[in-house]
Ligand binder design. Structure first.
Ligand code: ATP
Ligand code: MG
Length: 376
């Protein structure tokens, strides 16, 4: 495992100041698996104000949860005080967090055994109170302690269990799996944004078909979308960026519920509403591109008519929108002999229609000539 020098330096500084400090969570899991971690999280016995006192530059990112970001050698290193969580309210957030001086208390609040290990990056010492290493070997996603309780505290953990099983290509340990359907009432309270993020990670995995099977089998899919009639292999065949669209199409579900950005929601809604046209001559395809936009058209072709891809790429270089017309506002008005008014828009739509039929007409001279013979 390549540990960034900045992370080692922060670890060293905390130890040098007399505190305990470990790598925790995903990076330890990935290291034991022999994978290069994406990011490195440090946990420490130092309280947030003590962490701040050790370093010159610190951003108090989530100080009420014990997290600060240390700026070290131009890198951002997250340091979180060992903490446990009080009772959960409403299946989403703990009512209180309390800080601890032993790493075991911190590991005990984590979701799965494979995510509940700590490693000293200087010595390689592994703290593994819940058998995470054995579960990694057995390829099992297993809750830390009682699954019914853990899924009852935070409903998102159901989605996370499926996400990790999918991405790692692991099984969900039977008791953990059985606890998901039993806790769907808590799952429904989770903010859709958090559910969506886990779903998108699952859909991005090469093992997405297994993920969808799990989402279906556990009842999660029906909770999220109100439907569960999926063809997991068909979703898996689509490129990762289009799997959500395929899933929504199969489930006949609207994208709105996922609380994506309005641009993404709009794009998905159009993908679901439109189809590749039956008329596939150049003029027909240019009109279609003009109406639905090249991005939506390309995605639809990828899904339903891949043989059209190269042709659409070429046609997309033609003038397709009012903005592409070679005669712009003032010149257009001069050619019409009018000022601003409804005639201008009408003229533009006329010209665009001509240009969609014959792109080579899109020069100022040709467009002026067309206008000469046009009546508003
Ligand atoms: P990835 O590599 O995908 O980031 P990760 O394990 O780092 O995986 P994160 O969502 O970044 O996952 O969370 C970091 C760690 O925090 C987890 O490994 C786990 O120990 C803990 N954790 C995160 N979310 C929860 C949760 N909802 N309940 C309990 N522990 C959690
Ligand atoms: Mg992470």
């Amino acid at each position: 495992m390549q540990i960034p020098p900045a992370v080692l330096e922060v670890h060293q500084c905390l130890k040098g100041a007399g505190y305990r400090a470990y790598l925790v969570g995903g990076c330890v899991r990935d290291h034991v698996l022999g994978k290069q971690p994406k990011d490195f999280d440090l946990a420490t016995s130092a309280k947030p104000d003590q962490v701040i006192a050790v370093f010159k530059k610190v951003i108090p990112t989530g100080i009420q949860h014990g997290t600060v970001t240390v700026l070290m050698q131009g890198h951002h290193v997250e340091v979180t005080t060992f903490r446990s969580e009080g009772d959960y309210v409403d299946g989403r957030r703990p009512a209180t967090v309390s800080f601890h001086t032993d790493v075991e208390a911190d590991l005990a609040r984590r979701d799965f055994t494979i995510n509940a290990m700590a490693e000293d990056p200087a010595t390689g010492e592994l703290v593994d109170p819940f058998g995470g290493r054995d579960d990694l070997k057995a390829k099992l996603v297993r809750c830390v302690r009682d699954p019914l309780e853990r899924f009852g505290e935070d409903g998102l953990r159901c989605m996370r269990a499926v996400r990790f099983a999918t991405i790692l290509d692991f099984e969900i340990e039977p008791q953990t799996l059985a606890a998901i359907p039993a806790r769907l009432d808590v799952f429904t309270k989770v903010a859709m944004e958090r559910v969506r993020d886990e779903l998108l990670k699952t859909l991005g995995s090469p093992h997405v078909a297994r993920g969808l099977e799990l989402l279906k089998r556990t009842g999660l899919l029906r909770e999220i979308f109100g439907a569960e009639d999926v063809d997991p292999d068909a979703v898996a065949r689509a490129p990762a960026s289009l799997r959500l669209a395929v899933l929504l199409r199969q489930l006949k579900a609207k994208p709105d519920r996922l609380k994506l950005s309005s641009a993404e929601t709009e794009h998905l809604a159009r993908l679901l509403a439109e189809r590749v046209p039956a008329e596939r001559d150049d003029v027909g395809l240019r009109r279609w591109l003009s109406r639905i936009g090249t991005a939506v058209a390309r995605d639809l072709a990828t899904l339903d008519a891949p043989e059209l891809g190269a042709r659409l790429d070429l046609l997309a270089t033609h003038p397709l929108t009012l903005k592409d017309l070679a005669l712009k506002g003032p010149d257009l008005m001069a050619a019409l002999g009018t000022g601003p008014g409804p005639a201008v828009g009408k003229a533009q739509r006329f010209l665009l229609d001509q240009v969609l039929q014959r792109p080579e007409l899109n020069t100022p001279e040709e467009l002026r000539a067309l206008l000469a013979g046009w009546k508003p």
